[in-house]
Design a protein around this ligand. Structure first.
Ligand SMILES: *Cc1c(COP(=O)(O)O)cnc(C)c1O
Length: 380
């Protein structure tokens, strides 16, 4: 047993200046959406090259609202990846559209763009790609497919704030781009999300969908012309977001450095020697939201991941898994999805694990994490 404190796989860190600023908001007499939300939206918009940005109380409703703005509903098909948090597919059902899953690329673990293109039918209206662990898909190829087939793209960039593609920030280009500020994301608000939009008209519609469809005019004018919900971010959450977002460049650089150290510690012979698969060694595009391994199957027939997770935790190292294949969850099985349909996702979804990766981690923590992985896999 380790004498060192337990190393969690993820940990939000809020600095004292942010905690003090939250106190100021609580004392101010204005605690719901107000000046802090406006300031956060303005900073995000500047970061994304001046594109319109609106904030919400989750990254989930952010995607649902993007689908509504795009006019997607019953009879429409939306293609996405089976390896994501279930929110990515649930929002398609939420608007009454039909989810279609395309299998993943075994190396990037993101949607396979050949399979995506093969899944397009005359009913396909949109695609929701996911940038798992912060690694984008090939953006030129994705948008070439969208243009050719006249599809809207709702980028589920929940994990990709601070990521880029060919020197362009994720969010600074593209169609709708959705981010999450949930507690484990690189930048958090405790809970929250934002949507990057294309036009002021889309931004106005986003404002309606997030607050009961309301439009106000003059002193007492109020009308409702679309069915909105209650999805606004509070000034408390926005203040946490502003405090975190101020450090985005430094925290992304630190995560990239931790990822480099992971590769160095695993060494060139790790995959051959232990049969596990490392992520793509990308230190320019990815924000390294997660550091994920795909485990080998065990020779003794025991469930590889459950056994591995139990043994790693016993060595004082936190471990997560992201994600079980969405199409095999009961809600989706009821809609006809089953084993064998998406073989790559099914294997990766069964064997993928997330090692510790968070902003205040040290290189010594990486070394502990790698030593534990090697010890457990060496005994398997
Ligand atoms: C976190 C996450 C979401 C959901 O975001 P919430 O803010 O928790 O609603 C959706 N998709 C992916 C890939 C995520 O990682």
């Amino acid at each position: 047993m380790s004498q060192l404190p337990f190393l969690p796989f993820s940990k939000p860190v809020i600095d004292e200046a942010t905690i003090a600023a939250v106190g100021d908001v609580l004392r101010s007499g204005w605690i719901t959406s107000g000046p802090k939300v406006q300031a956060f939206e303005a900073q995000l918009s500047e970061y994304f090259g001046g594109r319109p940005v609106r904030t919400f109380n989750s990254g989930t409703c952010t995607m649902e609202i993007a689908l509504r703005i795009a006019g997607i509903g019953p009879g429409d098909e939306v293609i996405t990846t089976p390896i994501s948090w279930v929110a990515t597919a649930n929002v398609i059902l939420e608007v009454g559209a039909t989810p279609v899953f395309a299998d993943i690329d075994p190396v990037t673990r993101n949607i396979d763009l050949d399979k995506l293109e093969a899944a397009i039918t005359p009913r396909t209206k949109a695609v929701i790609p996911v940038y798992l662990a912060g690694l984008p898909v090939d953006m030129e190829r994705l948008y070439a497919i969208a243009k050719k087939h006249n599809l809207r793209i709702i980028e589920d960039a929940a994990q990709a704030l601070g990521s880029s593609w060919n020197g362009q920030r994720i969010g600074a280009t593209g169609d709708f781009v959705s981010f999450s500020f949930q507690a484990n994301k690189n930048v958090t608000c405790s809970e929250g999300g934002c949507l990057v939009l294309n036009t002021p008209e889309e931004a106005r519609l986003a404002e309606k969908y997030r607050l009961q469809g309301v439009t106000r005019t003059g002193f007492d004018g109020l009308d409702v012309d679309v069915l909105g919900g209650k999805f606004n971010m509070t000034d408390i959450a926005a203040t946490i977001g502003l405090g975190q977002f101020a450090h985005i460049e430094a925290l992304t650089a630190h995560r990239q450095e931790l990822a480099r150290h992971y590769f160095k510690c695993f060494g060139d012979d790790f995959e051959v020697k232990y049969g596990a698969q490392l992520p793509p060694a990308d230190f320019t595009n990815s924000n390294w939201h997660l550091f994920q391994l795909v485990l080998p199957e065990r020779k003794d027939g025991l469930p590889a991941r459950a056994t591995f997770m139990e043994q790693i935790q016993a060595l004082g190292i936190g471990i997560g898994y992201h994600y079980p294949p969405i199409h095999l969850l009961s809600l989706y099985r009821e809609r006809g999805f089953k084993e064998g349909m998406l073989p790559v996702a099914e294997r990766v979804g069964r064997l993928i694990v997330s090692l510790p990766m968070f902003t205040t981690m040290t290189k010594a923590d990486v070394e502990r994490s790698v030593a534990a992985v090697k010890a457990v896999l060496g005994n398997a």
